[in-house]
Design a protein around this ligand. Structure first.
Ligand code: GAP
Length: 512
């Protein structure tokens, strides 16, 4: 099935099974804002918990924070967001649709990758078992031509971005003959900068109100609390502060479901280090974060690093961890070496010292910072996309199964009485009551057992147990495993341990 079709199916599946709903749906929705349903909120909470445990529990020198969404407006001046948190936008005069100029060019460049992939596919079929993909990629003239065309565009693009040259971006869109996907025309406006921060008023007008911003990143809450935590926690450099919370951006082009939202959630960690040691820590966190992603068990080929062409105003090194979504490789997490930009700037704007006294060096300095910043919603989408399978079954029929890593699954165990009589519901209820405080359990007695299995597959429940007449006789149940659909009988008292073993992630944390 084409990946666009898989993506469409995934989006409707998420709605049908209570993962994600469009916000304000009865009022026709609100652009790029989504609500998480009964299964979505569980999966989201599990993702957040795994991140928190792997950052805060695992690292003794990383502690948490929960700072407010509203902050003093000068913070956003100091951070550079008021002046520089912009995207280059361009409108198509015929369709009246608005686009990000950089995204139009990046999408154009991605077409060369598609062309190369198609050439490789064709060659694979032609040469069969003898096919040497690496050799072919390095020698085939058509592929070489695509690569060099893409590289030329890439160089021009990177220069235009780094120079902030909006006229050049427009010229590139014209030269590359990029058309509006809606109108099909090249009738473009000039490229303009657009600030992504939402603002509102704080305080009543009688006492004089103040313009405040909805934070576009959680990081600044960490910077302005850096000394509070360092002093009260007696933290010694190097140390980190982690935080999970909402962020808001007035995205120009909101599309691809929960990939680009106007209200979203971030899991960020700022790691404070000695000046001069930042590149070493950048490398370490880069490797650690990739390991974290790969610990979920999806194929390693689904992940890659993408180093930034244009560094943000605060960074001296930056990379993205990308995941292969149904619409291509996309950024899920950013790892940035933010230098001492933020703390120095807050020192300047607030007039308060943001320095750390290093007892080992016997001197004070403003620490350098390595940031790891991951979007909860993008992580959620990557888990859904990596887990979603449409499978044909032996003997006909099919199923949709979410092969979500067991410890992230919204429901861990479904308890299913075979029939609604003969005392089976009572036994099932007793099992529920015994286990429901240990992990998420769901009781279901409606419809045939096959339909109930399908419902649990569709939300990714790792285990279903069926209580049948034999259970009443010998205290055993049938347990069915989601991915293999393998079934076996086990004693009721062993269910808890079986599920615990599958969903515990202590070993995973230890392996990071
Ligand atoms: N503090 C640094 C920072 O915010 P970023 O690369 O702009 O860096 C970090 O954002 C992560 O936040 C991204 O990798 C992405 O996962 C998530 N993110 C950013 N904008 C988003 C949006 N509009 N919708 C959903 N997630 C977003």
């Amino acid at each position: 099935m084409a990946s666009e079709d898989i993506f469409k199916n995934l989006v409707s599946h998420s709605k049908e099974y209570g993962f994600i709903f469009p916000s304000s749906e009865i009022y026709d929705g609100l652009g790029a804002v989504y609500d998480y349903g009964q299964n979505g909120v569980e999966l989201k909470n599990n993702i957040k918990k795994y991140w928190w445990d792997s950052m805060v529990l695992l690292h003794e020198n990383v502690v948490g924070l929960d700072s407010a969404i509203f902050m003093h407006p000068t913070i956003w001046k100091a951070s550079g967001h008021v002046d520089a948190f912009n995207d280059p936008l361009i409108d198509n005069k015929d369709s009246k649709k608005r686009y990000r100029a950089d995204v139009l060019i990046e999408d154009h460049m991605a077409k060369f990758d598609d062309k190369i992939a198609k050439e490789v596919e064709k060659a694979k079929k032609r040469f069969g078992a003898d096919f040497d993909e690496v050799l072919y990629m390095n020698t085939n003239p058509r592929i070489q031509e695509y690569k060099s065309q893409k590289e030329a565009i890439h160089q021009r693009y990177a220069k235009a971005l780094n120079d902030g040259d909006l006229a050049e971006l427009k010229k590139m869109i014209e030269d590359l003959e990029i058309v509006c996907p809606i109108s099909g025309t090249r009738n473009w406006t000039e490229v303009r900068q657009f600030n992504l921060m939402f603002s509102t008023e704080m305080g009543s007008t009688s006492e004089g109100s103040m313009k405040v911003y909805l934070r576009p990143e959680t990081a600044q809450g960490i910077f302005v609390n850096f000394l509070n935590i360092q002093k009260t926690g007696r933290m010694k450099i190097p140390f980190g502060i982690a935080q999970i919370g909402k962020a808001f951006r007035n995205e120009i082009v909101a599309r691809q479901f929960i990939f680009r939202m106007r209200e979203f959630e971030q899991m960020e960690m700022q790691f404070f280090v000695r000046p001069g040691e930042e590149m070493e820590w950048f490398k370490r966190w880069k490797a650690f974060r990739m390991k974290w992603h790969q610990s979920l068990g999806f194929p390693a080929s689904k992940y890659r690093f993408h180093d930034h062409d244009k560094l943000a105003h605060y960074a001296n090194a930056a990379t993205d961890i990308e995941f292969e979504m149904p619409f291509g490789f996309k950024e899920v997490e950013g790892i940035h070496s933010r230098t001492d930009f933020d703390l120095s700037s807050h020192e300047k704007f607030s007039g308060k010292k943001m320095q750390y006294f290093d007892p080992e060096l016997n001197k004070s300095y403003i620490p350098y910072v390595i940031e790891t910043s991951i979007g909860v919603d993008r992580m959620f989408l990557s888990v859904l996309a990596g887990s979603y399978c449409e499978e044909a079954l032996e003997g006909g029929g099919s199923r949709v199964v979410l092969k979500i890593p067991a410890f992230l699954a919204p429901v861990k165990l479904a308890v299913l009485p075979l029939v609604k009589k003969d005392g089976l519901p009572e036994i099932a209820r007793r099992i529920m009551d015994d286990l429901k405080f240990e992990f998420g359990c769901q009781y279901d007695e409606k419809d045939s057992i096959g339909k109930r299995y399908r419902r649990q597959d569709a939300i990714g429940t790792p285990y279903c147990i069926t209580v049948d007449h034999q259970s009443a006789e010998d205290g055993t149940v049938t347990v069915r495993e989601r991915d293999t659909m393998h079934q076996e009988r086990i004693p009721i008292e062993k269910i808890g341990r079986l599920v615990e073993n599958k969903i515990g992630y202590k070993k995973l944390l230890q392996s990071l």
